[in-house]
Design a protein around this ligand. Sequence first.
Ligand code: ZN
Length: 206
Amino acid sequence: MDIVIPNSGWIEAICGPMFSGKSEELIRRLRRAIIARKLVQVFKPAIDTRYSESEIVTHADVRMRSEAVSWAPEILGRLDWRTEVIGIDESNFFGSELVETANQLANCGKQVIVAGLDTDFLGRPFPPMPDLLATAESITKTLAICMRCGNPAKHTQRLVQSEELIVIGSVESYEARCRLCFEPGVPRQEKLNFGSAGLDETSESV
Ligand code: ZN
């Protein structure tokens, strides 16, 4: 009599600040699965259309086809159940429902790889990442390099004025910063002396 061992799924989490290579790491793992002829599906939140609506794109312009969904449970509806590996980018833009969705998929035998920011612009844990990290089998924390001093950077520094939790942007609105250089919220604008260049002093320098 054959013994049937069901496939166990699992969750791998990739977290860190912006510019730390989270999406690149996600794409690297997904490409490796594709090379092994596993069926792969990639999802991202519809909110993040910085570069493309149908692809996940790294800051270095590495691309992979993806499907944009408006909330986490939609992933279950869009899933081809033959899919073995599920990649989810920008996980911090999904609500708390992502924790349940990711665990449901893992419980069904799927390999689920989630990538996202672990802290917000004030340095606070960014839901739902803390709960994803707690329920994941493995965690990779990626570090960036502080754009001010070159130390290892775990913070995402917002450079534009906004109290909103989510402001979609890239190098024009964010920097990676280390613990020492991080200024929670909006950084102080450094006073620049333009002398008599006739520049408007009220204009923002970001
Ligand atoms: Zn620094």
